[in-house]
Design a binder for this molecule. Structure first.
Ligand code: ADP
Length: 364
């Protein structure tokens, strides 16, 4: 089956002579890759109309695609950078009401766990929910939803071939892990990962959604930049543990969203692994990772709420590992996530009443 990332991957094997870089890295591949059956078309952008390598690069590009997909019928258009036609693009995700970035400063604090559980808790209440796993450094949503062997299919919507998101527990799910072969993950950094992610947003049939949650990569990266340039993100949820190192990194995460060129409202913090409660002693709380109130202090400093405190409970991790998020259950830890989902709904409503929609970041 042909899909856009396959084409990008093939084009990334073609180098521009003398530059040491490939066509994708050089930004020569327009994001207008169209696929209809075996037909593939896209535009290569050259700096000059008289580029001496134009003919040979077109041949190499076609050959590279045929190596990856022998059945492809390839049509390559060319454009010149100065004269590249300005294509008026429809807004990405026109049917999506709220786009929420679930973010963290540091890896391993439970960002994906929070994103997955919020998604199923919102869907269980009847909201239309999408979850995009954009964590290129360790996509874990497929495992948490038991979708590791998922194959992607496409269908035609108004003349465009679109990826169909997987659907489980009432949530539409796509993961960068569905496109990236873990063995070649290193190669996927940078431009290719950004391209693949844009395809999962712009060339997927997300349809009508109330909440579109994005499980972001930890920290700050060019993936964050791609996302704020592709979408007007309604707000960000920053997940942290009470550990000093996690709090210091959460601070950087908040600062990034607040940076005046990015300007994504921070809806609140999630205090994850706030304390440990042994299964046999549900009334006891042990503050393992930091003093009680450490996350509240950070929240107060930035004038944002703590949306929920989630205890460290073995069952939370076990459910994720088994592919069925704990929020589907009716236990105390599950209720912590249901409570979080309610707080998120309120925070989004407040934000939408107080602030205009977030603009996409325009950069040159
Ligand atoms: P991140 O997305 O921030 O890298 P994950 O969501 O993958 O973090 O969580 C890291 C590990 O911690 C996983 O094994 C997960 O199951 C576990 N975990 C996360 N939150 C909790 C919690 N509240 N209680 C127990 N285990 C948790």
């Amino acid at each position: 089956m042909l899909y856009p990332a396959l084409i990008t991957e093939a084009l990334a094997t073609v180098r521009y002579p003398g530059s040491g870089k490939n066509l994708v890295e050089l930004g020569m591949v327009e994001d207008d890759i169209r696929i209809a059956g075996d037909n593939v078309s896209f535009t290569l952008i050259f700096d000059k109309a008289t580029d001496p390598f134009k003919a040979s690069l077109l041949k190499s590009a076609e050959a590279a695609i045929h190596r990856a997909a022998p059945e492809a019928v390839v049509e390559i258009k060319t454009a010149t950078r100065q004269a590249a036609p300005k294509v008026e693009k429809a807004p990405a995700l026109p049917g999506v009401k709220n786009i929420i970035a679930v973010s963290s400063g540091k890896g391993g604090v439970g960002k994906s766990t929070v994103a997955a559980n919020m998604a199923v808790a919102l869907a269980a209440e009847g909201y239309r929910v999408g979850l995009l796993d954009a964590d290129i450094f360790g996509p874990s949503v497929p495992k948490m939803f038991g979708l590791e062997n998922e194959e992607l299919y496409m269908h035609e919507v108004e003349g465009r071939n679109l990826i169909i998101p997987a659907e489980k527990y009432g949530v539409k799910v796509l993961s960068i892990g569905f496109l990236i072969d873990p063995a070649s993950a290193a190669v996927w950094r940078g431009a290719m990962a950004s391209n693949a992610l844009k395809q999962l947003i712009e060339q997927a049939d997300w349809g009508e959604l109330d909440y579109f949650l994005i499980d972001m990569p930890p920290g700050t990266s060019d993936i964050h930049l791609t996302l704020v340039q592709t979408l007007g993100i309604t707000g960000a949820v920053v997940v942290t543990t009470p550990q000093q190192v996690a709090l210091a990194d959460a601070r950087k995460g908040i600062a990034m969203f607040r940076y005046d060129k990015i300007n994504v409202p921070v809806l609140g913090l999630v205090d994850n692994m706030a304390w440990f409660t042994p299964e046999k002693h549900p009334d006891e709380r042990y503050f393992l990772f930091g003093p009680e109130g450490a996350v509240d202090a950070l929240a107060a400093e930035y004038g944002v709420p703590v949306l929920a405190r989630i205890p460290l409970v073995a069952a939370v991790g076990e459910h994720s590992d088994n592919g069925s998020p704990i929020a589907l259950e009716n236990t105390a830890s599950a209720l912590a996530f249901v409570h979080l989902a309610h707080e998120l709904i309120d925070a989004v409503d407040r934000r939408n009443n107080e602030l205009p929609p977030t603009s996409k970041v325009e950069m040159r």
